[in-house]
Design a protein around this ligand. Structure first.
Ligand code: CUA
Length: 306
């Protein structure tokens, strides 16, 4: 929030600073008056009660008028910021990215490119990207403070959000609406890239999963299809088309697993498959009791899905 990287985030930041500044001035004035009165009218200087004032019209006008003016000013600046950062998309405009919040991960879809992924969102730098936000189960809130405002994902409702990144970088965000035990581990990673790099990424994500090569990876692919993995996860280009969990077509190309809970390394992925609830208590995915060799083959296969 304090290091904005887009015009939207700058506007939000300016509004925050203005509100804080006005609040700070009021705090200073009120504190000064309280300390002055406490000192000036302390009882060892003047015994008894000081002179009481009742029904002073000017005073009452003053302390009603000033807050009303301040509220009008803040209201005006707030509306101005909202209008500037949040223009309604035209009805014909297709969203660039559709995000659906689930307990506790983000389903990410690029409808125009036909790409589905999870938790890590690539965007091109230097242009406004239109997000469509949906709720898959309970209310979540999508927030990447450096890039823009916070917006809820609500079941049965479609929200829109414009985000933009001025410089290529990885921007971190999180769910900002309490949604259950793993609310804190519903992280967002926005990877902002130059247009050409972004298009290259889209193209790579659009491709079907890499065909398994080599003995171990092929065996891993077989294990994936035989176990109940396929009931919840999709891998494009194989029979697996489960929709309950994150799409794994290019899992090997992601930086983290479990919506950011651990880095995507073979060791972490193995621990995750063995007992995800050890890493992320409450997560829907069950643990799998596989032999060490089978687990290793499965991990090798999933990590080969670049
Ligand atoms: Cu999702 Cu909090």
């Amino acid at each position: 929030m304090f290091s904005p990287n887009s015009s939207q985030a700058h506007s939000v930041n300016n509004l925050l600073l203005l509100t804080t500044a006005i609040g700070a001035v009021i705090l200073l004035i009120v504190s000064a008056v309280v300390f002055y009165s406490a000192f000036r009218y302390r009882s060892d200087l003047r015994p008894g009660e000081p002179r009481q004032i009742f029904g002073n019209r000017n005073l009452e006008l003053l302390w009603t008028g000033i807050p009303v003016i301040l509220l009008i000013v803040l209201f005006g600046f707030t509306i101005n910021t909202m209008v500037r950062i949040d223009p309604a998309p035209s009805p014909q405009q297709q969203p660039d990215v559709i995000i659906t919040g689930y307990q506790w991960w983000w389903h990410v879809e690029y409808p125009q490119a036909g790409v589905v992924t999870a938790n890590e969102i690539h965007i091109p730098v230097g242009r406004q990207v239109l997000f469509e936000l949906r709720g898959g189960d309970v209310i979540h809130s999508f927030w990447v403070p450096q890039l823009g405002p916070k917006r809820d994902t609500i079941p049965g409702r479609v929200n829109h959000l414009w985000l933009e990144a001025n410089t290529p970088d990885v921007y971190l965000g999180a769910c900002a609406e309490y949604c259950g035990t793993q609310h804190a581990w519903m992280r967002i990673r926005i990877i902002a890239q130059p247009q050409a790099e972004y298009e290259q990424w889209l193209q790579q994500q659009r491709a079907a999963a890499a065909a398994p090569t080599g003995g171990e990876i092929a065996r891993g692919a077989q294990i994936f299809q035989q176990q109940t993995c396929v009931n919840c996860h999709a891998i494009q280009g194989t029979g697996a088309n489960g929709q309950a969990g994150p799409n794994l077509t290019h899992l090997g190309s992601r930086q983290t697993i479990g919506a950011g809970v651990v880095e995507n390394t073979p060791a972490n992925l193995a621990s995750w498959i063995k007992d995800p609830r050890q890493i992320k208590p409450g997560v829907n995915m069950p643990g799998y009791q596989l032999s060490d060799a089978d687990l290793q083959a499965l991990v090798a296969y999933l990590e080969s899905l670049k």
